[in-house]
Design a protein around this ligand. Structure first.
Ligand code: NAP
Length: 461
């Protein structure tokens, strides 16, 4: 089911051949690109410019007039001019009265002005009907026709009819209008193109920090320690061995961090006895970037798979194998197959394969094209139930591999635990608390709270 279906208008272009003239103020990059696209789609375009000289950059079939003359020719005027020049519009207030003014401007910084550019324009020209649109589409994309980046055009405005007229144009250009409501939404729409992966910042910084920590941890224990105490130069571990230790550890920890905020939220709700109080900001933010954390975890898991697959090709691996064979030959003794070890290694691999399969499934269902086609319950089933199953498989995969080190004193180089032990702390804690939370005596009150029941109603806000 499409969750945005109520907002996103159909992509069917207006089939009517007769289009109304559109006026564009400003013959700069954006004005020209938009005018070009409009002419292609059958709109007569007239430019309002400070200079009526027609340069060869202006689309061929467009007229260029003074602002006042051009405005009189159209009911819709697109203001393709930077906000700081809007003052020149004030003397045109009478001509622009009742006209639909489309503000397409962006700023250089987030929240650069106290009010949005569109609201500012509406204050300057109170008799005009201001609509915000097109600011998230780039001139380059319009001109080159490469609209793969985003076909969505956010539209907002206080005048419903004016907004509808603009949305018709958006649709006619083969784009998808997304009604964001009144002009109050303009600030948010203006901030949108200035944001750089807003939901990815925390997951990326966290992943970089943890990766660096685990990398140097392994470097110290596997390369430096071995060099100092065993006189072995294993510096080449930096290329594959250490990354192949860090990647699974990161994948497991990040996957656990996807589920940890849900655990905190449940504990907070149980403690407060109500769901009607806001979570702390840090928890809200953490919950909002769970998808990104999960996708980064999937990337680490995929790298771990690739690193593991190339292991038999490594010189170190063939040296170790031949060393074992030569030592058996020299001692004239064939080591029998250790059945326990064979079981452990097969279980370890099987758990890893199952965990990775579920991991990929989680990644696929988080794609908007897939998540839009499943209902909320199905989405929750995959992300929550199968997600926990993936966490169980991946934790078990690590436990089977690294469990033997827990009791071995040789694993504690410089009294530090092995990286696999560290990686198990958060996932095991998440799984244990989750296990407690699904006990009926805990789950029942939690479900009631989530359905709106309050232990002490006076606490609700
Ligand atoms: P631009 O190339 O600098 O063009 C701006 C145009 O504004 C000029 O060509 C000029 O047109 C007019 N102008 C300049 N100073 C003026 C003044 N003092 N008084 C009246 N008109 C003046 O800028 P642009 O890239 O086209 O951007 C225009 C607007 O579109 C900006 O608000 C920008 O944020 C927004 N936008 C741009 C893009 C993009 O990809 N470029 C994407 C989304 C939104 P005349 O010489 O014809 O008068």
């Amino acid at each position: 089911m499409n969750k945005n279906s109520s907002n996103i208008m159909a992509l069917t272009p207006n089939t009517s051949n007769k289009r109304e003239t559109v006026c564009i103020f400003g013959t700069g990059d954006f004005g020209r690109a938009l005018g070009h696209k409009m002419i292609q789609c059958g709109y007569p375009v007239v430019y309002g410019s400070r200079s009526t000289h027609i340069s060869n950059l202006i689309p061929k079939d467009a007229e260029v007039l003074s602002h006042a003359e051009a405005a009189q020719k159209a009911a819709i005027i697109i203001i393709a001019i930077q906000r700081q020049h809007y003052n020149f519009l004030t003397p045109l207030a009478e001509i622009l009265h009742g006209k639909v003014l489309v503000d397409i401007s962006n700023n250089l910084k987030l929240n650069q002005y106290p009010e949005s550019n569109a609201e500012y324009l509406a204050q300057l020209l109170p008799g005009s009907r201001v609509v915000k649109a097109f600011n998230t589409v780039s001139a380059w994309a319009l001109q080159s026709g490469t609209l793969d980046a985003s076909r969505q055009v956010f539209v907002c405005g206080d005048d419903v009819e004016a907004k509808q007229m603009v949305m018709n144009i958006v649709r006619a250009l083969g784009l998808t209008p997304l009604d964001k409501g009144s002009l109050l939404a303009a600030q948010e729409i203006e901030n949108y193109p200035l944001q750089l992966f807003p939901m990815w910042k925390f997951p990326i910084f966290l992943s970089l920090g943890l990766t660096a920590f685990f990398f140097f941890y392994c470097l110290a224990l596997d390369v430096i320690y071995t060099y100092i105490y065993e006189k072995n130069n294993f510096s080449f571990f930096i290329a594959i061995t250490i990354p192949n230790r860090v990647c699974p550890v990161m994948a497991l920890i990040l996957l656990a961090l996807v589920y940890l905020p849900g655990i905190f939220a449940a504990i907070i709700q149980l403690y407060r006895g109500t769901k009607y109080r806001r979570f702390p900001d840090w928890l809200d933010k953490w919950m909002l970037c769970r998808k990104q954390l999960g996708l980064i975890a999937l990337a680490f898991a995929s790298l771990h798979v690739v690193f593991s697959l190339v292991t038999p090709m490594r010189a170190f691996a063939s040296w170790r194998t031949s060393k074992g064979i030569i030592s058996q030959a020299l001692n004239n003794k064939t080591e029998p197959l250790n059945n326990t070890n064979a079981w452990i290694s097969d279980c370890y691999l099987a758990l890893g394969i199952l965990g990775f399969f579920l991991f990929v499934l989680l990644g696929i269902t988080s794609l908007p094209s897939v998540s839009n086609n499943v209902n909320w319950r199905e989405f929750r089933f995959v992300q929550s139930k199968l997600g926990y199953l993936a966490l169980i498989f991946c934790t078990a995969h690590t436990l089977v591999y690294g469990g033997k080190w827990f009791l071995s004193p040789s694993a504690y180089k410089w009294y530090l635990p092995n990286i696999y032990m560290l990686s198990l702390v958060i996932p095991c804690a998440v799984l244990v608390v989750k296990f407690v939370l699904i006990f009926p005596c805990v789950d029942k009150p939690l479900t009631q709270i989530r359905q709106g029941w309050e232990r002490n109603p006076k606490h609700s806000e």
